[in-house]
Design a protein around this ligand. Structure first.
Ligand code: GLP
Length: 252
């Protein structure tokens, strides 16, 4: 974020429309657009708005999608798998072609081979626009805070705070998978353009640390400061820590 590009909206709904318009620009400006996509509650208003644009005439048949991550051990038919989430919120509601959809396979017998396969997919389809949410601990995709961040697609043990936070989507905390496959930080940083979305007061602190704090591996989203084209899309609650009383962006 060498040039910090921050947009603060009144509602997640308004923010979603803005991000969908950014996606439309990318989709219309090239024959083979590649969108890097995220799950979680945050991007849902964006998916709704993109579906809305599709219903108004935006053709998505040339779009390739590459999802960030998937839980290990959940089949695509499981309601909490990210494959199921994406079909429900986007794929089943648009004309994105099934053969253009890429999501890590969390049911693969050989997870190492699956990670290598996914890196090949990313190599063949460099990402033009990467959509990101952020975990309460600063994770992007499932790149968790650690002593080092891995560049390639890898298997990750989820941190206890991530399991707790994602338990809201499961009946019992014991049902939350403890492992996931995630794209590494290299693929994220190689995207032409990145949009980081966050809503709600519980994201205010981690957004301030990610945007204004030091670049640190224990705040994975802070590495986005190294990218030259990032837009941070917030609502007022998640933006609280970024501005002083007079509404000016705080110093780094
Ligand atoms: C999961 C996903 C992340 C997402 C995060 C935040 O952990 N792997 O990609 O950013 O949830 O979720 P939410 O948007 O629901 O706060």
């Amino acid at each position: 974020m060498q040039t910090v590009n921050i947009r603060v909206f009144d509602t997640p709904h308004d923010a979603g429309i803005y991000v969908a318009a950014l996606a439309e620009q990318v989709i219309q400006s090239r024959p083979d657009p590649v969108l890097g996509l995220a799950t979680g509650s945050t991007p849902i208003p964006f998916y709704d708005a993109l579906v809305g644009l599709h219903r108004c005439g935006l053709d998505l048949s040339s779009v390739t999608t590459i999802n960030l991550d998937e839980y290990i051990g959940l089949p695509p038919t499981h309601e909490q798998s990210y494959a199921y989430f994406m079909h429900r919120h986007l794929f089943s509601r648009t004309n994105i072609r099934p053969e253009n959809i890429h999501i890590p396979n969390g049911m693969a017998d050989d997870l190492v081979a699956e990670c290598a396969r996914y890196d090949d997919v990313i190599r063949q389809h460099p990402i033009h626009l990467q959509i990101l949410g952020i975990g309460v601990n600063g994770h992007i995709g499932f790149n968790e805070p650690d002593d080092l961040l891995l560049s390639k697609t890898h298997v990750v043990e989820l941190r206890p705070e991530t399991v707790r936070s994602n338990a809201r989507f499961f009946e019992r905390i014991e049902d939350v998978p403890r492992r996931a496959i995630t794209m590494g930080v290299q693929a994220i940083l190689q995207a032409d353009q990145i949009v980081l979305m966050a809503f709600g007061p519980e994201k205010a602190d981690i957004i301030a640390r990610s945007v204004l704090g030091e670049v640190r591996t224990d705040v994975p989203a802070s590495i986005l400061q190294l990218h030259k084209r990032v837009t941070v899309v917030l609502d007022r609650a998640s933006a609280q820590g970024l501005f002083d009383e007079s509404g000016r962006l705080r110093e780094k």
